[in-house]
Design a protein around this ligand. Structure first.
Ligand code: SAM
Length: 441
């Protein structure tokens, strides 16, 4: 299963690989996120869009496949590389990703990776790089046939947690989606069919417009500059829908930035008060809404210390989380998150959910959402809340509210999308959402 990059010419290709090498190291060795690390690499900005896309594909392929890459490299070494040779290991990962998973000619994958060694001060190891990569070219088919790709590329703690929660077959289907570049998903303000035709997009049963992976720079697509649509994963578009018809209603959008769901609510005719503690992210929300010619009032505040002007009739709380449901789009997360992040996020979510429940008016609806696959951040939060308050009750999600996606509704009636849902059409992010109603008295 190789991917065909739009391969740049030789000198641009070398610059793309150099940028990818730096990108990989910032993420895997310094713990930076894919987006932050990318923004901090000046040579990446200087590349042409096609070459930048190649650098990104190299980087995300290493992140998606690092378990298989390390195993394949280890098979070609007599003994493991010493810790201080981690730059050699990362160069090998970069070269092996091209040999094993990208449709790059073998001579370019090997030659260009070896050539990079001098520039990154591991010149004396060129012989080793050359020997390992050439052996990978020769033994590619046999090595790949002998690897359990889904399991090898999934951190052990996540694999175990998903097997426990969803069963091994589903854990494997989830992990399989993480190996693919994801499609581009779009939410439109209006005229869905017309935009689908113009963008040559498929319309998913949930209403999202879907373009194939590698659709290029979104800012160059028709309608972006005119603010006709915004990028939003199909699953991310579902929680706000659980508030029903919001036209003319006042909605409290908690943890709102950068505003994907605020845009959805405003486009559906709601009057939105968007609250987030990050001023910088709220500024981004403002810019996003401006482009879309949509409006929302904003408040920069920590929810645990803030009270709304009056109790709210409808609340969406899209809480911060480990984001383990978004590994298709953010493969760095698999490499950066640790098991201990789950309980620490769960503690934050518990306080935010308790605060949101307090803001709700009698008769009102609260939707709690996270893009995590871990139950401790999803259904277990709701269980804790319902144990401590008897004025709240679940209102089960109905399949017709989410485009007939009945496999994404739990026995308790919550929304639980998995990356393998709509798998044959490119999958979707893993979102959890629960709808709660506050009794009148
Ligand atoms: C998952 S993101 C929200 C995404 C957003 N709803 C959207 O659809 O684009 C979580 C947000 O929660 C905010 N946040 C985290 N802790 C918070 C707190 N104590 N009070 C308010 N906002 C908080 C973060 O700044 C972040 O923007």
């Amino acid at each position: 299963m190789t991917q065909s990059p739009d391969t740049p010419n030789r000198s641009a290709g070398r610059e793309s690989r150099r940028a990818a090498f730096e990108w990989i190291r910032r993420i895997l060795r310094q713990g930076e996120t894919l987006e932050d690390a990318g923004a901090a690499i000046p040579r990446l900005r200087d590349l042409q869009p096609r070459d930048r896309a190649f650098a990104r594909l190299l980087t995300t392929t290493v992140l998606r496949r690092v378990g298989q890459l390390d195993n394949a490299i280890a098979r070609c070494l007599d003994r493991p590389l010493k810790g201080k040779l981690n730059a050699v290991q990362d160069l090998l990962r970069l070269g092996a990703a091209q040999v094993l998973f990208l449709d790059v000619p073998a001579h370019a994958a090997v030659g260009e990776t070896v050539a990079l060694a001098t520039g990154v001060r591991v010149g004396p190891h060129q012989g080793l790089l050359n020997a390992v990569l050439r052996r990978l070219v020769r033994e590619r088919e046999a090595i790949l046939a002998d690897q359990d790709a889904e399991r090898r590329n999934t951190p052990r703690w996540l694999w175990q947690a998903w097997c426990e929660t969803y069963g091994e077959e589903t854990a494997r289907a989830i992990a399989a989606q993480h190996l693919q570049e994801p499609p581009l998903d779009i939410s439109v303000k209006a005229d869905r069919e017309a935009w689908a035709e113009r963008l040559e997009a498929e319309i998913l049963p949930t209403g999202t417009l879907r373009l194939p992976p590698g659709s290029g720079d979104v800012r160059r697509l028709p309608g972006y500059g005119d603010g006709a649509w915004w990028v939003q994963d199909a699953a991310a578009a579902l929680p706000a829908r659980l508030l029903g018809d919001v036209s003319g209603r006042h909605i409290l959008d908690l943890c709102a930035a950068p505003g994907g769901k605020t845009a959805q609510l405003a486009a559906a005719g709601a009057t939105v008060l968007a609250v987030d503690r990050s001023k910088q992210r709220l500024q981004q929300l403002g810019e996003n809404l401006n482009r879309l010619s949509l409006a929302a009032a904003t408040v920069a505040a920590d929810l645990t210390e803030w009270t709304p002007p009056q109790p709210a009739e409808a609340i969406l709380l899209d809480a911060p989380c480990t984001a383990t449901g978004t590994l298709r789009r953010h493969p760095d997360i698999a490499r950066l998150k640790r098991p201990e992040d789950v309980p620490s996020m769960a503690a934050v979510q518990r306080d935010l959910l308790a605060a949101a429940a307090q803001m709700l008016a009698p008769g009102g609806t609260l939707v709690y959402a996270v893009c995590s696959l871990q139950p401790a951040e999803g259904s277990e939060q709701v269980d804790v809340l319902l144990q401590s308050r008897n004025d709240l009750e679940r209102v089960p999600v109905r399949p017709e509210e989410i485009g007939g996606l009945s496999e994404a509704i739990t026995p308790a009636g919550d929304l639980r999308t998995l990356p393998c849902h709509l798998g044959e059409r490119g999958g979707m992010d893993g979102f959890y959402a629960c709808r709660l109603h506050k009794r009148e008295s």
